[in-house]
Design a protein around this ligand. Structure first.
Ligand SMILES: [Zn+2]
Length: 231
């Protein structure tokens, strides 16, 4: 599946799980991250490694020379972001980035990063996280597709009733899930449990995951209804 397919599938999967429109960018970041393991994306991965490695080194320098300004949270975040790029750098195509383990790790780190960046602006936070996984050229095209998602969001106004850290992690995780589902419907399939198991998800498993997603959407709608009736 190419970036267009993953972008559109990501939007469809993610829209019911976002609570504000700028979280569309987080959904798309999750949907597009796994293919960073592709050779053609090497420029994005190398850019990420240089920037995050720079941030790690700055944190180390602050620790040694200006300890009172050292922030452990920021240091851990910089190291985690570096890992987010080292994983696709060393991975084979459709390897570890196309697994449920990577889904959890990447969603938590990028979600936490987005949450931290919202102190500047929620929209900027979303765009920065999206720009971390695409190049500038692709960003323009993806933003046009995201605009359609924004309009659909405005009409449907989904309300998944999640808050705090989780409201940033969930959109990325659902976008990521859409990527695994999308690739499992292609002839090559996806080893989503690698390296624990080499079991390949194919079309059949892809449809099961779509059913799981659909049940999650129904659950959310149900919860919204309960709240609606109660109030
Ligand atoms: Zn892929």
């Amino acid at each position: 599946m190419d970036w267009k397919g993953h972008t559109i599938l990501g939007l469809v999967f993610g829209l019911p799980f976002i609570s504000s429109p700028e979280q569309i960018f987080l959904v798309l970041a999750g949907a597009l991250y796994p293919d960073l393991d592709h050779d053609v994306k090497e420029d994005i991965v190398k850019r990420g490694i240089y920037i995050s490695l720079g941030l790690v080194l700055i944190n180390i320098l602050i620790y040694y020379f200006k300890k009172e300004y050292f922030n452990l949270d920021l240091f851990i975040l910089a190291v985690s972001v570096l890992l987010i790029y080292l994983i696709p750098y060393f991975a084979n195509h459709r390897g570890i980035t196309h697994t449920f383990w990577a889904l959890i790790f990447v969603s938590v780190i990028l979600g936490f990063l987005a949450l931290k960046l919202t102190i500047f602006s929620p929209i900027l936070a979303g765009i920065i996280v999206l720009l971390m996984v695409v190049n500038e050229k692709l960003l323009g095209k993806i933003l046009i597709i995201a605009l359609f998602g924004w309009i659909v969001f405005d009409i449907l106004k989904p309300n998944p009733l999640v808050s705090g850290n989780f409201s940033y992690i969930l959109p990325i995780a659902v976008g990521y899930l859409s990527h695994i589902v999308g690739d499992s419907t292609t002839p090559a399939g996806v080893k989503a449990f690698y390296p624990i198991s080499n079991y390949k998800l194919r079309k059949k498993e892809g449809y099961v995951l779509i059913l799981v997603w659909f049940l999650m959407v129904l659950y959310i709608l149900e919860r919204c209804n309960i709240v609606f009736i109660n109030f």
